[in-house]
Structure formats: C-alpha cells, structure tokens
Design a protein. Structure first.
Length: 291
C-alpha cells in the first residue's frame, strides 16, 4: 500500500542524455521531464497503517512527465507479508494520469495499480468461506482511480477502488478521501499536515461478518530540504481497530509474517509468532533524495 503517510521524496529532474543537451536552448525547449527519488524511512505507513511491522523501509521511484500534463511513473517499497500479502515482501506501484495548473489552482486525474510480486492471496483458514483474495490463489493487487484538486499548498484527493481492495473479497468501490497541506514557513522548511478517511462498506469481517472497514488517519510533521535532500519527522496516527487482545484481535492487528502453506494440524495458514497494532500512533523519520 502506498507512500502517503511517510514524508515523500521531493521530485527533481534527471540530467538529460548528452545528445539532448547540446545547448541551453535545447534543454529549455524539451517537452519531456524525467525525475527519480529514493528514500530511507524508519517505518512505512500507508493510509496510517503499518506496512513493515515497525521496521525501516527503502523506497524509490521514477517518473516521466510531458509538458501537455500527461505523466506515468513507478514507485517501490519493501513491505511485511504480515500486512496482508502472504509470502510477499515488495510493493510495486504503477500510475499514470494528467495534471495541470491554473494560477494558484491545479487538477490531477489518473489511475494507480498496486502490485505485490510473489504474494499469494489464499484464505487465512481452511474454514474461511471467503478467501483473502477473490480467488483461491493469486497475486495481491489493487487498482484505483483518483481525482485531486489543489489550491496553493492544499490538496484534496479522492481514490476509488475498481477492484477488490487489496484482494479483500467483496470490497470493490472502497474509497479514500484525504486533505494534505505542505506549507513552506521559512526557506527550506515545510510544515506537513494530513487527514484522511477510508471506508470499505461492502467488505465485512469478524465471526458474525457484520463489521465493515472504516477509519480516519492523520499526520503532522516538518521537513527540511537541502540541495535536493529531504529530512523529515512526522507523527502518524489512526483510529483503526488494531487491538491485539487475545481472543478478540481486531482487523488491523497484524502478524509479523504470513505464508500460504496450510498447517494440516491446525487448519490454519502460517503466521508469525508476534502481533502488533498496525494502526497505533508512531513517529516516522526519513531521509530522501531527488534527482
């Protein structure tokens, strides 16, 4: 799940190939922009939820943009299989869209595909009538459309899942709405704030199957930029149900690992020995670099 909670790397431009930069005028006239970013984060939080079981994450991506406003990109991060990706440990995101600015205002529309190579969306128990994924096996994924509007340092964005939400059954139509602020308060110093709300009304969980997923997440932090580097500190929190009380664990109580091998003795698919509230509040520190 994606890159929204930890402070993101600030994009910069790749140097163009030598053949394309023979003169300053040629560089200025090119309609193409190539950018990349890489960062080390103390924890990967996606929409407030812990994706690495409290461990660090190495993240990075590449982007291409055309002066017409069209763009495509890829972003990647390590994840914990216990975050809902049995036997998977990598997230790969592919996206594309169109964005344009009009003075202080901007618009951005596009699509985003989340892919977890090596993962297997099997049921967590052989007594579970529904699988973790829509089929008895298959790679975990998710596809969303998004639309965003911005004004100066504020951005409001809405995401809508066209597929089962990260392979949870009967969860098409899940939505996420977030409001983000990134305001420069001094030269190279930025205040970052975010609040988001997720709801997946069609997916039901717990024994009675009568609880849907819905929670709010938030972030408040500060970022310092120096010569293309970004050093950030943020506090991330949620009100997601993640209690790990024995016998009454909530939906966002995650194991440190999941695998797709059925234990014939217990009738359960393999889990790690440790659990953690994946929605608990935490401070996230990051160092990132744009190119």
């Amino acid at each position: 799940m994606k890159k929204i909670i930890a402070a993101a790397a600030i994009a910069g431009s790749f140097a163009l190939p030598a053949a394309a930069q023979s003169t300053t005028e040629d560089k200025a006239a090119t309609p193409h922009t190539f950018t990349a970013n890489v960062g080390l984060f103390s924890s990967y939080r996606f929409r407030g939820i812990d994706q690495t079981f409290g461990k660090p994450a190495l993240q990075g991506g590449f982007d291409y943009a055309h002066e017409s406003g069209f763009y495509v990109g890829n972003w990647n991060s390590n994840v914990s299989s216990g975050a809902g990706y049995p036997e998977g440990n990598l997230e790969m995101d592919f996206y594309g869209g169109w964005k344009q600015s009009f003075g202080d205002f901007g618009i951005d529309v596009g699509g985003l595909y989340y892919y977890y190579p090596g993962s297997d969306a099997k049921p967590l128990s052989n007594t579970n009538a529904k699988n973790l994924g829509a089929t008895s096996s298959g790679t975990n994924d998710n596809f969303e459309l998004y639309v965003a509007g911005s004004w100066k340092f504020l951005t409001l964005k809405y995401n809508y899942a066209l597929t089962d939400y990260f392979s949870l059954p009967d969860s098409k139509g899940s939505s996420y709405l977030d409001l983000t602020a990134n305001h420069e308060v001094a030269d190279g110093w930025f205040i970052n704030a975010h609040v988001g709300h997720l709801w997946a009304p069609k997916y039901k969980y717990n024994t009675a199957g009568n609880r849907s997923i819905e929670y709010t997440d938030w972030k408040l932090g500060v970022t310092r930029t120096i010569d293309g580097w970004s050093i950030a500190l943020a506090y991330v929190g949620t009100n997601a149900n993640g209690s790990c009380t024995p016998g009454a664990a909530e939906f966002y109580c995650f194991y440190n690992s999941l695998d797709a091998t059925l234990d014939p003795t217990t009738g359960l698919y393999g889990t790690g020995s440790r659990t953690k509230d994946a929605g608990r509040g935490i401070a996230v520190v990051s160092v990132s670099r744009s190119f």
